[in-house]
Design a protein around this ligand. Structure first.
Ligand SMILES: C=C(O[C@@H]1C=C(C(=O)O)C=C[C@H]1O)C(=O)O
Length: 257
C-alpha cells in the first residue's frame, strides 16, 4: 500500500523514499503554519498562567485551549491514528466513533514513545521567539489556535521518526541489530548528512516561495518574506531534525524488545 497523500497513512511495502516523500509534504504544512503564527506578535499573556485566572483551571490560556481541543479531537478519534500524539495524554476521553483499522507497521514499543513534552517546551521557549515579533495585540485565542496547528504539525513530523527508523531497520537489519543489543550509539548509522542538507535548503526555499508578498504590477517587493527563510531553515537544522533523530533512536532501542 502506498503512502496516502491525504492522510499520510502508511502500510506494508513501505520504503524509505515513501517516508521521505511524506516528510517533504509535511514541510509544506509546517512552513505554512509557522507563517500563519507569525501574523501575530508574541502575545505573551496567552502563555502566562496568572493571566485572567481562569475559573476551575490552573494553567495558561494556551494550555486550556490545547487541552480542550485535544479532548474534542480524542472523542472523534484523532489519537486512534498511530501517527498522532497528544500533548496532554492524561485523562483524555475515549473515542466515540467507530475504530478504523490503521495499518500496523510499527513495533508495539512505538506506542510508549511520545516526546511532545520536549516539543512543547522547545516550541514555546526556543522557537517562538525566533520567528514572531515581540508585542501584544490581544488576539490570544487566534494565537493559541495557530500555536496548536504548529505544534501538531511539528509533532507529527518529529514522531514520523518512528517510521523512518522502522524502514531503516528493515532495510539494514544486520547493521542495526548489534548496536541495538549493545545499546550502543545509533546516531551515525541513521544519519544521512546529504538528506539533512537538502531538507534545510528546501525549507528555506519553501519559506521564500510561500512567504513572499504577492503583488500585481511594478511594485513587487522582492526579498521581503513573512518569515525569514534563514530562521526557518535554522529551526529545522537545530531542532526539528535532531528531535526526529531522537525519536528514531528511542524507537530503535526498543525495536528488539
Ligand atoms: C529522517 C531521516 O533521518 C535523519 C533525519 C533527517 C530529518 O529529520 O530530516 C534527515 C536525514 C537523516 O539524517 C531520513 O533519513 O530521511
Amino acid at each position: 500500500m502506498a503512502v496516502n497523500a491525504e492522510s499520510n497513512n502508511v502500510g506494508d511495502g513501505l520504503t524509505l523514499q515513501m517516508v521521505r516523500d511524506s516528510l517533504i509534504r509535511q514541510e509544506d504544512t509546517i512552513v505554512f503554519s509557522l507563517i500563519e503564527r507569525a501574523r501575530f506578535p508574541l502575545n505573551s499573556p496567552a502563555y502566562d498562567p496568572s493571566y485572567g485566572s481562569i475559573p476551575g483551571f490552573s494553567g495558561s490560556l494556551v494550555e486550556l485551549f490545547v487541552k480542550q481541543t485535544e479532548a474534542v479531537q480524542a472523542k472523534v478519534g484523532r489519537f486512534e491514528n498511530p501517527e498522532e500524539h497528544p500533548f496532554f495524554p492524561d485523562n483524555l476521553p475515549p473515542s466515540l466513533v467507530p475504530h478504523y483499522k490503521f495499518p500496523e507497521v510499527l513495533n508495539p514499543a512505538a506506542m510508549s514513545i511520545n516526546i511532545n513534552k520536549a516539543i512543547w517546551d522547545i516550541y514555546f521557549n526556543k522557537l517562538l521567539p525566533l520567528f514572531v515579533a515581540p508585542g501584544d495585540d490581544g488576539n490570544y485565542a487566534s494565537t493559541a489556535a495557530r500555536d496548536l496547528e504548529c505544534l501538531q504539525a511539528l509533532s507529527r513530523r518529529i514522531h514520523y521518526g518512528k517510521l523512518v527508523a522502522e524502514v531503516k531497520f528493515r532495510d539494514e537489519q544486520k547493521d542495526y541489530e548489534p548496536p541495538i543489543r549493545a545499546r550502543d550509539t545509533l546516531v551515525s548509522l541513521l544519519t544521512f548528512a546529504d538528506v539533512e542538507e537538502a531538507v534545510k535548503k528546501r525549507v528555506a526555499k519553501k519559506a521564500m516561495t510561500f512567504g513572499q508578498e504577492v503583488k500585481l504590477g511594478e511594485d513587487e517587493d522582492k526579498g521581503k518574506y513573512k518569515v525569514d527563510p534563514v530562521v526557518l531553515s535554522g529551526l529545522y537544522g537545530d531542532w526539528v531534525i535532531p528531535l526526529t533523530k531522537e525519536v528514531e533512536i528511542e524507537y530503535l532501542l526498543h525495536r528488539l524488545d
